[in-house]
Design a protein. Structure first.
Length: 315
């Protein structure tokens, strides 16, 4: 008899197909009343599959009496302590798929920066609309000689710096403290860094301290020739302040991969020509997805074979 597993949110399609070959798979995200479905139809579920962004909750744990393992496609960093405690109380095995998203996220940050400063997406629409014969496309801004302020010089921030320097940009950074092993200019005051920068790239963690860190004052300091790129989390940038700054031309443009209420993007942003939007694809490369799928399957196979899982994490 194949073990039953509950997949709570869509995952990489080839991985889902592999799960359906090996297990009895129940798809929670297709149900109109997920809580009722778990109570009535999931009494035999032994495994729960989720993603790093979606995570899991106490309600999942409590609704599944035979649950043994929670296998995460990614890393469940955002799971609240109370939900982790629920898994620990049941002595559930929790697994992840460790990898590094540093390089692909930094690649996307650079792509968004070039796209918004050079007007690549606007230019594409311009050509497709047949406007070129009527006159030239307005000039964008070059990257060479500009100052890139990085908000959060962790692994991703450093990888962004490594990419923009060869393009002739200077780098400075803001964070909770100066890094002794870094030669870039450090700004303890984010507004001061924004004032000194031509663009800000946001790559810091989402915490209570960084919520709305990039606010109206910071955007005002960045100025009407400045650009914002966010590849961190939507909560780090004040949505309404950003929309106002763009509408009032207090900044020149923005490239965004993350949003406060994903997958719902403010309609004001979707209507703006000077904004480049991507659907949280910083870590969405085929290579990463395939690697995570292999690890997720390995964790489940090991558990149901009675062996130690390769990638356990503390619940």
């Amino acid at each position: 008899m194949k073990p039953e597993i509950l997949v709570v949110t869509p995952i990489y399609a080839p991985t889902l197909a592999a799960l359906e070959r090996e297990y009895v798979v129940r798809r929670l995200w297709t149900e109109q009343n997920p809580d009722e479905y778990m109570r009535k139809a999931c009494g035999s579920v032994r495994g729960l599959v989720t993603t790093g962004l979606f995570g899991f909750s106490r309600s999942h744990v409590e609704a599944l009496p035979r649950l043994e393992i929670i296998s995460c496609f990614g890393n469940p960093r955002g799971v609240a302590a109370e939900h982790r405690a629920a898994a620990a109380e049941r002595k559930l095995i929790v697994t992840n798929t460790p990898d590094s998203i540093t390089e692909p996220v930094a690649d996307l940050a650079l792509g968004l920066l070039v796209a918004v400063m050079r007007g690549i997406v606007q230019g594409d629409r311009f050509v497709r609309a047949g406007k070129w014969p009527a006159g030239p496309f307005p000039p964008g801004r070059g990257l060479g000689g500009k100052i890139c302020g990085i908000v959060g010089l962790g692994a991703i921030g450093k990888a962004v710096a490594k990419r923009v320097e060869p393009l002739g940009m200077s780098v400075c950074y803001h964070g909770p403290r100066r890094k002794e092993d870094v030669a870039y200019p450090y700004y303890a005051d984010l507004e001061a860094m924004a004032r000194a920068s031509d663009c800000l790239v946001v790559s810091c963690p989402a915490t209570a301290e960084t919520r709305n860190l990039v606010n109206g004052r910071v955007l005002d300091a960045l100025g009407p020739q400045g650009y914002l790129v966010n590849v961190a989390r939507g909560s780090v940038v004040d949505d309404q302040a950003l929309i106002a700054a763009l509408k009032e031309k207090k900044i020149a443009g923005a490239g965004l991969d993350v949003y406060a209420n994903e997958p719902n993007v403010p309609v004001e942003l979707t209507a703006m020509e000077q904004v480049v939007l991507t659907p949280h694809i910083g870590s969405t490369t085929r290579e990463i997805r395939e690697g995570r799928g292999v690890k997720l399957l390995a964790n489940l196979r090991a558990h149901f074979a009675g062996k130690p899982v390769p990638n356990p994490v503390k619940a």
